[in-house]
Design a protein around this ligand. Structure first.
Ligand SMILES: NC(=O)c1ccc[n+]([C@@H]2O[C@H](COP(=O)([O-])OP(=O)(O)OC[C@H]3O[C@@H](n4cnc5c(N)ncnc54)[C@H](O)[C@@H]3O)[C@@H](O)[C@H]2O)c1
Length: 292
Protein backbone atom coordinates (compact mmCIF):
# COMPACT_ATOMS: atom_id res chain seq x y z
CA UNK A 1 0.00 0.00 0.00
CA UNK A 2 1.09 3.57 -0.64
CA UNK A 3 2.22 5.57 2.36
CA UNK A 4 1.11 8.83 0.79
CA UNK A 5 -2.24 9.78 2.20
CA UNK A 6 -4.67 11.30 -0.29
CA UNK A 7 -8.08 12.86 0.08
CA UNK A 8 -10.54 10.82 -1.95
CA UNK A 9 -14.14 11.81 -2.63
CA UNK A 10 -16.62 9.09 -3.54
CA UNK A 11 -19.78 10.35 -5.26
CA UNK A 12 -22.85 8.25 -4.48
CA UNK A 13 -23.23 6.26 -1.25
CA UNK A 14 -25.06 3.26 -2.73
CA UNK A 15 -23.81 -0.30 -3.21
CA UNK A 16 -20.69 0.67 -5.15
CA UNK A 17 -19.96 4.03 -3.52
CA UNK A 18 -19.99 2.60 -0.01
CA UNK A 19 -17.87 -0.35 -1.17
CA UNK A 20 -15.34 1.93 -2.85
CA UNK A 21 -15.27 4.25 0.21
CA UNK A 22 -14.44 1.19 2.33
CA UNK A 23 -11.50 0.41 0.04
CA UNK A 24 -10.23 4.01 0.28
CA UNK A 25 -10.47 4.29 4.08
CA UNK A 26 -8.93 0.84 4.56
CA UNK A 27 -5.96 1.96 2.42
CA UNK A 28 -5.42 4.94 4.75
CA UNK A 29 -6.92 7.73 2.65
CA UNK A 30 -9.09 10.50 4.03
CA UNK A 31 -12.40 9.54 2.45
CA UNK A 32 -15.39 11.80 1.84
CA UNK A 33 -18.55 9.94 0.90
CA UNK A 34 -20.96 12.26 -0.92
CA UNK A 35 -24.64 11.73 -1.72
CA UNK A 36 -27.54 14.07 -2.43
CA UNK A 37 -29.92 11.91 -0.39
CA UNK A 38 -29.26 12.18 3.37
CA UNK A 39 -30.84 8.76 4.08
CA UNK A 40 -28.70 7.06 1.43
CA UNK A 41 -25.58 8.77 2.78
CA UNK A 42 -26.32 7.55 6.31
CA UNK A 43 -26.95 4.03 5.07
CA UNK A 44 -23.67 4.09 3.16
CA UNK A 45 -21.74 5.29 6.22
CA UNK A 46 -23.40 2.62 8.39
CA UNK A 47 -22.47 -0.01 5.81
CA UNK A 48 -18.80 1.04 5.77
CA UNK A 49 -18.59 1.21 9.56
CA UNK A 50 -20.47 -2.09 9.86
CA UNK A 51 -18.00 -3.71 7.48
CA UNK A 52 -15.03 -2.57 9.61
CA UNK A 53 -16.76 -3.63 12.86
CA UNK A 54 -17.46 -7.09 11.47
CA UNK A 55 -13.93 -7.42 10.09
CA UNK A 56 -12.56 -6.55 13.56
CA UNK A 57 -14.91 -8.96 15.33
CA UNK A 58 -13.85 -11.75 12.96
CA UNK A 59 -10.17 -10.96 13.60
CA UNK A 60 -9.59 -9.99 9.93
CA UNK A 61 -8.62 -6.44 10.93
CA UNK A 62 -6.91 -5.42 14.16
CA UNK A 63 -8.68 -2.88 16.38
CA UNK A 64 -6.20 -0.06 15.74
CA UNK A 65 -6.44 -0.42 11.94
CA UNK A 66 -10.24 -0.72 12.05
CA UNK A 67 -10.69 2.34 14.28
CA UNK A 68 -8.26 4.34 12.19
CA UNK A 69 -10.11 3.41 8.96
CA UNK A 70 -13.44 4.39 10.52
CA UNK A 71 -11.91 7.70 11.63
CA UNK A 72 -10.90 8.49 8.03
CA UNK A 73 -14.49 8.42 6.74
CA UNK A 74 -16.60 11.56 6.49
CA UNK A 75 -19.99 12.17 4.90
CA UNK A 76 -21.08 15.16 2.82
CA UNK A 77 -24.19 16.36 1.03
CA UNK A 78 -22.61 19.62 -0.16
CA UNK A 79 -20.24 19.41 -3.16
CA UNK A 80 -18.18 22.30 -1.76
CA UNK A 81 -16.91 19.89 0.93
CA UNK A 82 -14.95 18.15 -1.85
CA UNK A 83 -12.56 21.06 -2.45
CA UNK A 84 -9.03 19.84 -1.82
CA UNK A 85 -9.67 16.29 -3.09
CA UNK A 86 -6.85 14.52 -4.94
CA UNK A 87 -9.09 11.86 -6.47
CA UNK A 88 -12.84 11.79 -7.14
CA UNK A 89 -14.50 8.43 -7.78
CA UNK A 90 -17.95 8.80 -9.29
CA UNK A 91 -20.49 6.03 -8.45
CA UNK A 92 -23.89 7.73 -8.82
CA UNK A 93 -26.86 6.42 -10.82
CA UNK A 94 -26.04 5.14 -14.31
CA UNK A 95 -27.18 8.35 -16.03
CA UNK A 96 -24.97 10.14 -18.53
CA UNK A 97 -26.38 13.64 -17.97
CA UNK A 98 -26.05 13.27 -14.19
CA UNK A 99 -22.46 12.06 -14.32
CA UNK A 100 -21.44 14.78 -16.81
CA UNK A 101 -23.11 17.46 -14.75
CA UNK A 102 -21.34 16.39 -11.55
CA UNK A 103 -17.92 16.46 -13.23
CA UNK A 104 -18.73 19.89 -14.70
CA UNK A 105 -19.66 21.24 -11.27
CA UNK A 106 -16.56 19.71 -9.69
CA UNK A 107 -14.32 21.45 -12.23
CA UNK A 108 -15.19 24.69 -10.43
CA UNK A 109 -14.49 23.26 -6.95
CA UNK A 110 -11.39 21.04 -7.10
CA UNK A 111 -7.89 21.75 -8.42
CA UNK A 112 -6.89 21.10 -12.04
CA UNK A 113 -4.71 18.17 -10.99
CA UNK A 114 -7.53 16.23 -9.31
CA UNK A 115 -8.15 12.89 -11.00
CA UNK A 116 -11.74 12.11 -12.00
CA UNK A 117 -12.59 8.40 -11.99
CA UNK A 118 -15.92 7.04 -13.18
CA UNK A 119 -17.30 3.66 -12.13
CA UNK A 120 -19.78 3.50 -14.99
CA UNK A 121 -20.74 0.00 -16.17
CA UNK A 122 -22.18 0.77 -19.59
CA UNK A 123 -21.79 4.45 -20.46
CA UNK A 124 -18.99 5.87 -22.56
CA UNK A 125 -16.05 7.22 -20.53
CA UNK A 126 -15.50 9.73 -23.34
CA UNK A 127 -19.14 10.83 -23.06
CA UNK A 128 -18.89 11.29 -19.28
CA UNK A 129 -15.54 13.09 -19.65
CA UNK A 130 -17.15 15.59 -22.02
CA UNK A 131 -18.91 17.06 -18.98
CA UNK A 132 -15.55 18.28 -17.69
CA UNK A 133 -13.62 21.13 -19.24
CA UNK A 134 -10.55 18.96 -18.55
CA UNK A 135 -11.49 15.57 -20.10
CA UNK A 136 -7.80 14.59 -20.01
CA UNK A 137 -8.13 13.98 -16.26
CA UNK A 138 -11.04 11.52 -16.59
CA UNK A 139 -10.45 7.75 -16.44
CA UNK A 140 -12.91 4.84 -16.29
CA UNK A 141 -12.31 2.62 -13.25
CA UNK A 142 -14.88 -0.15 -13.09
CA UNK A 143 -14.75 -1.88 -9.70
CA UNK A 144 -16.20 -5.36 -9.20
CA UNK A 145 -18.92 -5.79 -6.61
CA UNK A 146 -18.43 -6.18 -3.63
CA UNK A 147 -15.58 -3.69 -4.01
CA UNK A 148 -13.89 -4.35 -0.63
CA UNK A 149 -13.60 -8.06 -1.40
CA UNK A 150 -12.94 -8.16 -5.15
CA UNK A 151 -9.49 -7.24 -6.42
CA UNK A 152 -10.23 -6.58 -10.07
CA UNK A 153 -10.73 -3.08 -11.46
CA UNK A 154 -11.17 -2.53 -15.22
CA UNK A 155 -9.44 0.61 -16.42
CA UNK A 156 -10.60 2.36 -19.59
CA UNK A 157 -9.31 5.65 -20.95
CA UNK A 158 -11.61 8.06 -22.70
CA UNK A 159 -10.62 9.49 -26.07
CA UNK A 160 -8.92 12.47 -24.42
CA UNK A 161 -7.49 10.83 -21.30
CA UNK A 162 -3.92 12.03 -20.79
CA UNK A 163 -0.99 9.73 -20.25
CA UNK A 164 -0.32 11.27 -16.82
CA UNK A 165 -3.89 10.51 -15.71
CA UNK A 166 -3.70 6.91 -16.99
CA UNK A 167 -0.37 6.30 -15.22
CA UNK A 168 -1.47 8.00 -11.99
CA UNK A 169 -4.62 5.86 -11.99
CA UNK A 170 -2.68 2.62 -12.35
CA UNK A 171 -0.35 3.67 -9.51
CA UNK A 172 -3.30 4.63 -7.36
CA UNK A 173 -5.11 1.32 -7.97
CA UNK A 174 -1.87 -0.56 -7.23
CA UNK A 175 -1.56 1.33 -3.95
CA UNK A 176 -5.08 0.13 -3.02
CA UNK A 177 -4.02 -3.47 -3.58
CA UNK A 178 -6.23 -3.75 -6.66
CA UNK A 179 -5.41 -5.63 -9.84
CA UNK A 180 -6.09 -3.38 -12.79
CA UNK A 181 -6.87 -4.69 -16.23
CA UNK A 182 -6.63 -2.17 -19.05
CA UNK A 183 -9.50 -2.34 -21.50
CA UNK A 184 -11.17 -0.06 -24.03
CA UNK A 185 -13.96 2.48 -23.71
CA UNK A 186 -16.60 0.06 -25.01
CA UNK A 187 -20.05 -0.85 -23.61
CA UNK A 188 -19.63 -3.34 -20.75
CA UNK A 189 -15.81 -3.30 -20.94
CA UNK A 190 -14.63 -6.93 -20.57
CA UNK A 191 -16.42 -8.32 -17.53
CA UNK A 192 -20.03 -7.33 -18.24
CA UNK A 193 -19.72 -8.52 -21.83
CA UNK A 194 -19.61 -12.09 -20.54
CA UNK A 195 -21.15 -11.72 -17.06
CA UNK A 196 -24.51 -10.24 -18.13
CA UNK A 197 -25.34 -12.90 -20.78
CA UNK A 198 -24.25 -15.59 -18.34
CA UNK A 199 -26.45 -14.22 -15.53
CA UNK A 200 -29.36 -13.89 -17.97
CA UNK A 201 -28.96 -17.56 -19.01
CA UNK A 202 -29.05 -18.65 -15.37
CA UNK A 203 -32.25 -16.63 -14.80
CA UNK A 204 -33.79 -18.14 -17.96
CA UNK A 205 -32.83 -21.61 -16.72
CA UNK A 206 -34.60 -20.87 -13.44
CA UNK A 207 -37.67 -19.54 -15.27
CA UNK A 208 -37.74 -22.64 -17.46
CA UNK A 209 -37.61 -24.85 -14.36
CA UNK A 210 -34.31 -26.56 -15.12
CA UNK A 211 -33.44 -26.24 -11.45
CA UNK A 212 -34.11 -24.22 -8.32
CA UNK A 213 -32.07 -21.16 -7.38
CA UNK A 214 -30.23 -23.37 -4.89
CA UNK A 215 -29.41 -26.14 -7.35
CA UNK A 216 -28.31 -23.72 -10.09
CA UNK A 217 -26.12 -21.82 -7.60
CA UNK A 218 -24.68 -25.13 -6.39
CA UNK A 219 -24.06 -26.35 -9.95
CA UNK A 220 -22.17 -23.18 -10.84
CA UNK A 221 -20.13 -23.29 -7.63
CA UNK A 222 -19.23 -26.92 -8.22
CA UNK A 223 -18.57 -26.66 -11.94
CA UNK A 224 -16.69 -23.42 -12.46
CA UNK A 225 -15.44 -22.52 -9.00
CA UNK A 226 -16.94 -19.02 -8.81
CA UNK A 227 -16.93 -17.60 -5.25
CA UNK A 228 -20.74 -17.53 -5.27
CA UNK A 229 -23.59 -18.70 -7.48
CA UNK A 230 -25.40 -16.39 -9.93
CA UNK A 231 -28.44 -15.78 -7.74
CA UNK A 232 -26.39 -14.85 -4.66
CA UNK A 233 -24.35 -12.54 -6.87
CA UNK A 234 -27.43 -10.94 -8.48
CA UNK A 235 -28.84 -10.29 -5.00
CA UNK A 236 -25.66 -8.38 -4.12
CA UNK A 237 -25.54 -6.50 -7.43
CA UNK A 238 -29.22 -5.49 -7.14
CA UNK A 239 -31.91 -6.65 -9.58
CA UNK A 240 -32.61 -3.02 -10.55
CA UNK A 241 -28.96 -2.51 -11.44
CA UNK A 242 -28.83 -5.78 -13.38
CA UNK A 243 -31.94 -4.74 -15.33
CA UNK A 244 -30.47 -1.32 -16.07
CA UNK A 245 -27.05 -2.61 -17.14
CA UNK A 246 -28.50 -5.46 -19.23
CA UNK A 247 -31.00 -3.16 -20.95
CA UNK A 248 -28.37 -0.54 -21.76
CA UNK A 249 -26.02 -3.17 -23.18
CA UNK A 250 -28.85 -4.61 -25.26
CA UNK A 251 -29.73 -1.14 -26.56
CA UNK A 252 -26.14 -0.53 -27.60
CA UNK A 253 -25.18 -3.98 -28.88
CA UNK A 254 -28.58 -5.22 -30.19
CA UNK A 255 -27.69 -8.76 -29.15
CA UNK A 256 -30.67 -10.57 -27.52
CA UNK A 257 -28.46 -12.41 -25.04
CA UNK A 258 -28.10 -9.11 -23.14
CA UNK A 259 -31.87 -8.53 -22.88
CA UNK A 260 -33.04 -9.01 -19.26
CA UNK A 261 -35.46 -11.95 -18.85
CA UNK A 262 -39.07 -11.14 -17.82
CA UNK A 263 -38.47 -12.50 -14.30
CA UNK A 264 -36.14 -9.54 -13.65
CA UNK A 265 -38.86 -7.05 -14.55
CA UNK A 266 -41.34 -8.77 -12.22
CA UNK A 267 -38.86 -8.80 -9.33
CA UNK A 268 -38.00 -5.12 -9.83
CA UNK A 269 -41.71 -4.19 -10.03
CA UNK A 270 -42.28 -6.04 -6.75
CA UNK A 271 -39.37 -4.20 -5.07
CA UNK A 272 -37.46 -7.47 -4.58
CA UNK A 273 -34.13 -5.92 -5.50
CA UNK A 274 -31.86 -8.26 -3.56
CA UNK A 275 -29.92 -7.87 -0.38
CA UNK A 276 -30.49 -4.10 -0.16
CA UNK A 277 -34.28 -4.55 0.19
CA UNK A 278 -34.09 -7.74 2.28
CA UNK A 279 -35.47 -9.91 -0.52
CA UNK A 280 -34.32 -10.92 -3.98
CA UNK A 281 -33.85 -14.50 -5.09
CA UNK A 282 -33.13 -15.19 -1.40
CA UNK A 283 -34.37 -13.51 1.83
CA UNK A 284 -32.00 -11.47 4.05
CA UNK A 285 -32.20 -10.22 7.65
CA UNK A 286 -29.08 -8.11 7.14
CA UNK A 287 -29.79 -5.39 4.55
CA UNK A 288 -26.38 -3.72 4.69
CA UNK A 289 -25.19 -3.24 1.11
CA UNK A 290 -22.38 -5.78 1.50
CA UNK A 291 -20.83 -7.79 4.31
CA UNK A 292 -17.40 -8.94 5.36
N1 LIG B 1 -24.17 -2.61 -8.51
C1 LIG B 1 -23.14 -3.14 -9.16
O1 LIG B 1 -22.89 -4.36 -9.07
C2 LIG B 1 -22.21 -2.27 -9.97
C3 LIG B 1 -20.94 -2.77 -10.31
C4 LIG B 1 -20.04 -1.96 -10.99
C5 LIG B 1 -20.42 -0.68 -11.38
N2 LIG B 1 -21.67 -0.21 -11.06
C6 LIG B 1 -21.98 1.19 -11.45
O2 LIG B 1 -21.76 2.00 -10.28
C7 LIG B 1 -22.66 3.12 -10.29
C8 LIG B 1 -23.49 3.11 -9.03
O3 LIG B 1 -24.19 1.88 -8.94
P1 LIG B 1 -24.80 1.37 -7.55
O4 LIG B 1 -25.17 -0.06 -7.73
O5 LIG B 1 -23.92 1.77 -6.41
O6 LIG B 1 -26.15 2.27 -7.49
P2 LIG B 1 -27.07 2.61 -6.23
O7 LIG B 1 -28.42 2.87 -6.78
O8 LIG B 1 -26.90 1.60 -5.16
O9 LIG B 1 -26.43 3.99 -5.66
C9 LIG B 1 -26.40 5.19 -6.37
C10 LIG B 1 -26.33 6.34 -5.37
O10 LIG B 1 -26.12 7.56 -6.12
C11 LIG B 1 -26.78 8.58 -5.41
N3 LIG B 1 -26.97 9.75 -6.27
C12 LIG B 1 -27.85 9.92 -7.28
N4 LIG B 1 -27.69 11.16 -7.82
C13 LIG B 1 -26.68 11.76 -7.14
C14 LIG B 1 -26.05 13.03 -7.22
N5 LIG B 1 -26.43 13.95 -8.11
N6 LIG B 1 -25.06 13.29 -6.36
C15 LIG B 1 -24.67 12.37 -5.45
N7 LIG B 1 -25.23 11.16 -5.31
C16 LIG B 1 -26.23 10.86 -6.15
C17 LIG B 1 -28.09 7.94 -4.97
O11 LIG B 1 -28.71 8.69 -3.92
C18 LIG B 1 -27.61 6.54 -4.54
O12 LIG B 1 -27.30 6.52 -3.16
C19 LIG B 1 -23.48 2.99 -11.58
O13 LIG B 1 -22.85 3.74 -12.58
C20 LIG B 1 -23.41 1.49 -11.87
O14 LIG B 1 -23.60 1.19 -13.25
C21 LIG B 1 -22.57 -0.96 -10.36
Amino acid sequence: MSTEQKTVAVLGAGTMGSGIATVMARAGHRTILFDIAEANLQRGIDTVNGFFDKSMSLGKLDAAAGDSAKGLLEGATDLQALAGCDVVVEAVFEDLALKKDLFGQLDEIVSDSTLFHTNTSTLSVTGIASGSRRPERVVGTHYCNPAPLMKLVELADGRHTADWAHKATIEFLDSLGKTSVVTKDRPGFIVNRFLIPWENSCIRALEAGWGTKETIDAAVLGAVGHPMGPFRLLDIVGLDIHQQVATRLYEQLRDPKFFPPPMVERMVAAGDLGRKTGRGFYDYDDTRLFGS
